[in-house]
Structures are given as C-alpha cells and as structure tokens.
Design a binder for this molecule. Structure first.
Ligand SMILES: Cc1cc2nc3c(=O)[nH]c(=O)nc-3n(C[C@H](O)[C@H](O)[C@H](O)COP(=O)(O)OP(=O)(O)OC[C@H]3O[C@@H](n4cnc5c(N)ncnc54)[C@H](O)[C@@H]3O)c2cc1C
Length: 85
C-alpha cells in the first residue's frame, strides 16, 4: 500500500500562501494509541512523530517532539516484546 500511495501522480496547477503550504495536524488520534504509542486496534504496531495527530505549527519543536515520541515508542516496543516472553 505504501508503494502505491507514494506513486500517486500529483499535477501542480499553482501555488498558495504559506498558511496553506504546511500541514500542522492530522495523523493517528491519541485515543487510538496506548501509553506506549502502540495502536489499540493493531497490537504490535507503534507510531511516533508526525504519524501522531498533535498540533504542530511550524516554528514549534517538531524534531524534539518526534525524537521524544520515538523514544516512548521504542521503549514501548521493548516492553511489549518482553511481555510476550
Ligand atoms: C524543509 C523542512 C524544514 C524543517 N525544519 C524544521 C526545524 O527547523 N525544526 C523542527 O523542529 N522541525 C523541522 N521540520 C519538521 C521535522 O523535520 C519533522 O516534523 C520531523 O522530521 C518528522 O519526523 P518523523 O520521524 O515523524 O517523519 P520523517 O522525518 O518524515 O521520517 C519518516 C521516515 O520514514 C521513511 N519512510 C517513508 N515511507 C517508508 C516506507 N514505506 N518504508 C520505510 N521507510 C519509509 C522516510 O524515508 C523517512 O525517513 C522541517 C521539515 C521540513 C520538511
């Protein structure tokens, strides 16, 4: 599916202002993940960074939030794997 999504052709017809150029929200809703950032609907699948739906206006701390949520998810993966032993 990722391959097909990445192959969707886009035809550029013009440009809009900066306020339309950057998406600052969207992604997996926070109610859809547990405290380890594992998908409630898909145990064993973890998400982080911009996969999550958090308000991220540009000029914010996107990299910091992405790194921080990646650590939570990585520790969640270890925790989940340990719990299956
Ligand atoms: C031009 C620009 C400037 C920015 N400047 C700043 C800044 O100064 N400060 C700041 O805090 N934030 C900045 N950001 C935002 C910040 O870079 C992003 O919010 C952050 O990198 C998101 O991290 P992520 O891990 O969620 O996603 P990404 O960094 O997009 O990582 C996703 C990764 O998944 C890989 N991938 C995609 N599809 C697949 C697949 N099918 N299989 C395997 N891998 C795949 C991609 O190659 C990519 O490496 C900037 C963004 C842009 C575009």
């Amino acid at each position: 599916m990722a391959e097909r999504i990445k192959a969707v052709p886009l035809t550029l017809t013009g440009v809009q202002g900066l306020e339309r150029a950057i998406s600052s929200a969207g992604g997996v809703i926070l109610d859809g993940v547990d405290e380890r950032l594992m998908l409630v609907a898909r145990p064993g699948v973890f998400v982080a960074g911009e996969m999550l739906d958090w308000e991220a206006p540009t000029g914010g701390y996107l990299l910091q939030a992405s790194f921080a949520s990646a650590i939570v998810a990585a520790e969640g993966v270890i925790d989940w794997l340990d719990s299956r032993d």
